[in-house]
Design a binder for this molecule. Structure first.
Ligand code: FAD
Length: 518
């Protein structure tokens, strides 16, 4: 059975017993990737339960170095999460809600530690939002049952998607594996079930006695980054200015985007130099903003309540946000994508190169393809890369270098502030043609044409590849072949590590051969 079904059965089978459990002296919300107070289903339900029973709400977050390691969480993302927790702690404190944050070294001891904390607070009702990664689903299913053995009701709620996986099936009852019909069904579902865009309220204020009872938690500090995710002081300062944390910041970023850029998103989103996209992905990943809030806000800027009508920019942006739901739907239904397997089994037989020099050149932005190098350097510096460039860099790794796409997928996760397993795996599967609804394998991005089309004046390249700042005109896209070799060499810029035409042919032959063996 799929892990999502195992969790659903655990919740279903234990419902009556869980309903009978008395609430104790506190209700607990366990924060994970939902670090916000507004529009948070489990937090809202926990708060309502606490209010109804007249007991305080306690919030908790577990910092797990082993979880960070297992999920390849980038240090920049860990830093963003910890800074977000500081803001969240203050916001919750204004409502007299304590936020307890503890580092638990051994991942497998997390459930026991949670149980100890619940005992300490005499809390018998635990709430959390559901995550779709296999490990999390399995852990939560076990926890639902083990909590019950300890007289604790654990409620896991579907909150992260606007339309939960499982709600949308094709006419023949199958799960969609192609985005376009899935998206049509997604829109139709939302129009039919308008309440899926209703927002959950922020938690109520705790009884004032909570201040005294949990004074130790109120006075406690957010732990610093675990030793496996430490960053330098310089990085700390850089990331702090690039990625301001918190829910209020996410909301103000959203409003600014909707005010200034969203209406033109359709025409401008592919140009990586200008600030044309929302840059909200770090917030969606940390959960400081829900996609429900974002889509609802975008709809309110439109002249129609139809998600597929009115302004084209707003429509396109909503359809991009929907990709996030789509890839979660893929994860829930085909959990083997979590296990290093391509979505399409026939792609298992492609023979990849494992060329360390090529991989090192790709990682450090030294491939001799300026657009690829600019993209990789943006990632290394900011923990972020523009979507068009993610596609170019990923396609280059898988198709031009024929490196195993999983090496690139891993590198992205280890460096992205918005690292999100489902979206990253989906994006890599798309670019390497191994995933769900991918780019056909014979469609191989020509990095030079992509560069000329989307960074025509070379502004993005000049920003991230300073060695080429002196190169003028069209030569910026391919300096050694367009008469700017001397300047490029002088600046220390490398020559191309592979040639486009030969790489393309090699790739076509290799994919064909692998698929033939399938
Ligand atoms: P906007 O253009 O403003 O879009 C709004 C939101 O829609 C994004 O914040 C994001 O949540 C969602 N979105 C947009 N495009 C996609 C998409 N193709 N797939 C899924 N969601 C999308 N996105 C991540 O959030 N985390 C990742 O780890 C990630 N890895 C990627 C890897 C590859 C190889 C590729 C091709 C794409 C990846 N994406 C990932 C998707 C996309 O590149 C980023 O979401 C986007 O660049 C974030 O910038 P933004 O917030 O300005 O996006």
């Amino acid at each position: 059975p799929r892990p999502i079904d195992v969790l659903a059965s655990a919740l279903e089978e234990t419902r009556d017993q869980r309903d009978r459990i008395e609430v104790g002296d506190a209700v607990v919300h366990w924060f994970k990737c939902d670090l916000r107070t507004k529009d948070n289903k489990a937090l809202d339900t926990a708060s309502e339960t606490a209010k109804e029973k007249g007991v305080p709400l306690v919030a908790m977050y577990i910092v797990s170095p082993q979880d960070f390691e297992a999920h390849l969480t980038a240090p920049v993302r860990v830093d963003f999460i910890l800074r977000t927790l500081e803001v969240l702690k203050e916001e919750l404190a204004m409502l007299d809600i304590p936020l307890y944050v503890e580092t638990v070294e051994k991942r497998k001891t997390i459930p026991d530690r949670i149980m100890e904390l619940l005992k300490e607070w005499n809390a018998r009702h635990l709430f959390a939002n559901l995550e779709y990664e296999v490990d999390e689903l399995r852990r939560e299913a076990e926890l639902v049952r083990s909590c019950l053995e300890n007289g604790v009701a654990f409620d896991v709620m579907a909150d992260t998607c606007i339309v939960s996986p499982g709600e949308l099936t094709s006419g023949t009852g199958k799960q969609y594996s192609v985005y376009t019909p899935w998206f049509r069904a997604w829109i139709a579902y939302i129009h039919e079930h308008n309440d899926v865009l209703d927002l959950f309220g922020p938690p109520s204020k705790n009884p004032s006695s909570a201040r005294k009872r949990f004074s130790k938690i109120f006075d406690s500090k957010i732990p610093s980054a675990p030793s496996n995710k430490k960053i330098t002081d310089e990085e700390k300062t850089r990331f702090k200015s690039m990625w301001p944390p918190g829910e209020a910041e996410a909301h103000s970023r959203l409003s600014k985007f909707l005010d200034d850029r969203a209406r033109k998103y359709d025409e401008t989103r592919n140009f990586p130099f200008a600030a044309t996209t929302s840059c909200l992905s770090a917030h969606f990943a940390a959960g400081t903003l829900s996609t429900r809030t974002a889509v609802r806000a975008a709809r309110s800027y439109n002249s129609t309540t139809k998600l597929n009508g009115g302004n084209q920019g707003l429509q396109t942006w909503i359809s991009e946000v929907a990709w996030r739901d789509f890839y979660r739907h893929v994860l829930a239904h085909w959990p083997y994508v979590c296990m290093n397997k391509p979505f399409k089994p026939e792609y298992t037989n492609i023979t990849w190169e494992y060329n360390d020099e090529h991989f090192a050149a790709w990682c450090s932005g030294q491939t001799g393809y300026p657009i690829v190098d600019a993209a990789m350097r943006q990632l290394n510096h900011c923990g972020y890369m523009h979507n068009r460039c993610r596609m170019i860099a990923a396609s280059f790794l898988a198709k031009h270098l024929l490196l195993d796409w999983r090496m690139g997928e891993r590198y992205f996760m280890e460096h992205l502030v918005d690292g999100d397993f489902a979206s990253n795996n989906g994006g890599w599967g798309f670019s390497a043609s191994t995933g769900v609804d991918p780019q056909p394998y014979f469609r191989i991005f020509n990095p030079l044409l992509q560069s000329e089309r989307f960074d025509k004046e070379g502004e993005y390249i000049r920003k991230w590849v300073p060695e080429l700042r002196g190169v003028g005109g069209n030569a910026i896209h391919d300096p050694y072949e367009r008469g700017a070799g001397r300047e490029a060499k002088k600046g220390g810029y490398p020559e191309r590590i592979v040639r486009h035409k030969e790489s393309r042919e090699r790739c076509l032959a290799r994919y064909k051969e692998g698929l033939g063996r399938g």
